[in-house]
Design a protein around this ligand. Structure first.
Ligand SMILES: Cc1ncc(COP(=O)(O)O)c(C=O)c1O
Length: 386
C-alpha cells in the first residue's frame, strides 16, 4: 500500500539535493573544523561557507548565528541561557500557553530556579492579545518568548507588533520560528527580534541541527561547556555535514516558498471542499488568514481522534493529533485547551494535516476522500452505540 505522509510539521524528508551536498562531509571531507591540518581546514571552510550562506539568507551577520543540535536546544539556550546571564536585571519572563514544550518546559525549569513566568492566554484563533503582552510587562521583565507560528494549529503571532511594543523596554524578544522558517518570509531585518530559533529537519534538512540567532550585543550564558566552538557560546565539535545540509535546505525552501504556499492553499481547499461535498461536519482550528500554509488542523465533532488516526494509518495516511511529542498520550493538546477550554468536544476530535515535499494533488484528493469515509464510518458507529 502506498503511504501518504501528511505530517511534515512533525518532521520532513531530506531533500535529495541536500543529501548530495552533505555526503562528501561524511566521506572525504570528514575533518574536524578545529584541526589545523588540511583535512580540518577543508571542514572549517565548509562550515564558514554554510554559516555565511545562512546569514545572508536571514539577512543577518555571521557572528549572530550559533549552531545547535536543533530547535529544542536553540529554545533552551535562548531562554535558560539568557535568563541566567541577565538575572541581575530581573527575574520575570513572559511566554504564552501555546508554546512548544521546548519553550514551556524551559520556562518551568526557570521557575524551579526562582524565576517568575507569566503564561499569556490566547484567543480562539490561537493569538495572544497585544494588550495582554503590554499589561504583563514589568520593570523586572527580562525576556518575552512568543512563538512565530504554532506547530499544532499554524496560527502566526503578531510578531512585528510585539517586537515594537517591547522595543523600548529592557526585556529582549525571543521567537521560536521552527515551524515558520521556510514556510513564510521571516523578514528578520524588518522585525525587532533579539533571538530566533530554527531547526533544519522541518525544512527538508537533516535532523539534529538547528540554530539560534542572537542579535549583536545580546548576552547569553552557554548551556553546554567544553571546547571553544561557536565563539565559546556552544561547545562541541560542529556537525559540519548537517550544517552544510541546513544551508542548502534553507536555500531550497526560500526559492520554492511562493510556489509551495500556493500549492498548500490548494491542498487545504481540496480537503475542505471534499468534506463539504461529502457532508462531513468539521471545524478548522487556527486563524483563518494569519496561518502557516503547511498546517491544517481540523476537528471532526463526534469522532474519537485516536480511532480516526488509527484508521487513517490503516489506510496508509500518516497524520497527527498535534505535536509529535504529545502524540501517543491521551492528554488533550495544551494548544487547543488554551484556545477553547477543557470542556469542548472540539479538542478531543482534532487532527493535524501538514503538507510538504512530495505531496501531490492526487495524494491530497485521496486523503480528503478517505478521511470523509472514515469520519462518516466512525460517526455512524458512535450513533449506533449510543
Ligand atoms: C515550534 C517548535 N519548536 C521547537 C521544536 C523542537 O525542534 P527540534 O525537533 O529540532 O528539537 C519543534 C519540533 O516539533 C517545533 O515544532
Amino acid at each position: 500500500m502506498e503511504v501518504i505522509y501528511v505530517d511534515h510539521a512533525a518532521t520532513s524528508p531530506l531533500h535529495p539535493d541536500v543529501l548530495e551536498k552533505m555526503l562528501p562531509y561524511y566521506q572525504t571531507l570528514f575533518g574536524n573544523p578545529s584541526s589545523i591540518h588540511q583535512v580540518g581546514r577543508q571542514a572549517r571552510q565548509a562550515l564558514d561557507q554554510a554559516r555565511s550562506r545562512l546569514a545572508s539568507l536571514f539577512a543577518v551577520s555571521e557572528q549572530t548565528l550559533v549552531f545547535t543540535s536543533g530547535g529544542t536546544e536553540a529554545d533552551n539556550m535562548a531562554i535558560i541561557g539568557y535568563a541566567l546571564e541577565n538575572e541581575n536585571k530581573g527575574k520575570h519572563i513572559i511566554t504564552s500557553q501555546i508554546e512548544h514544550h521546548a519553550v514551556l518546559h524551559a520556562c518551568e525549569e526557570l521557575e524551579k530556579r526562582g524565576f517568575e513566568v507569566t503564561y499569556l492566554p490566547v484567543d480562539e484563533t490561537g493569538r495572544v492579545r497585544l494588550n495582554d503582552v503590554q499589561k504583563s510587562l514589568r520593570n523586572d521583565t527580562i525576556l518575552v518568548t512568543l512563538m512565530f507560528g504554532n506547530n499544532e494549529v499554524g496560527t502566526i503571532q503578531p510578531i512585528k507588533e510585539i517586537g515594537e511594543l517591547i522595543e523600548n523596554h529592557q526585556a529582549v524578544f525571543h521567537t521560536d520560528a521552527v515551524q515558520a522558517c521556510g514556510g513564510i518570509n521571516l523578514k528578520l531585518d524588518e522585525l525587532k527580534i533579539d533571538m530566533l530559533s530554527v531547526s533544519a529537519h522541518k525544512i527538508n534538512g537533516p535532523k539534529g541541527i538547528g540554530l539560534l540567532y542572537i542579535r549583536n550585543g545580546v548576552k547569553v550564558k552557554p548551556v553546554l561547556f567544553g571546547g571553544e566552538q561557536e565563539k565559546k557560546r556552544r561547545a562541541g565539535t560542529e556537525n559540519v555535514a548537517a550544517i552544510v545540509g541546513f544551508a542548502k535546505a534553507l536555500e531550497l525552501a526560500l526559492e520554492s516558498m511562493t510556489k509551495r504556499q500556493e500549492l498548500y492553499q490548494q491542498f487545504a481547499q481540496i480537503l475542505t471542499d471534499t468534506w463539504l461535498k461529502e457532508k462531513v461536519e468539521f471545524m478548522i482550528n487556527g486563524h483563518q488568514h494569519e496561518r502557516l500554509p503547511h498546517v491544517l488542523n481540523v476537528s471532526f465533532p463526534g469522532v474519537n481522534i485516536e480511532s480516526l488516526l488509527m484508521n487513517l494509518d490503516l489506510a496508509g495516511i500518516c497524520a497527527s493529533s498535534g505535536s509529535a511529542c504529545t502524540a501517543g498520550s491521551i492528554e488533550p493538546s495544551h494548544v487547543l485547551v488554551a484556545m477553547f477550554g477543557q470542556a469542548t468536544e472540539r479538542i478531543q476530535s482534532a487532527v493535524r494535516f501538514s503538507f510538504g515535499l512530495g505531496n501531490t494533488i492526487e495524494e491530497i484528493e485521496h486523503v480528503a476522500s478517505q478521511t470523509a469515509q472514515i469520519v462518516k464510518r466512525l460517526g455512524q458507529q458512535k450513533e449506533f452505540i449510543s
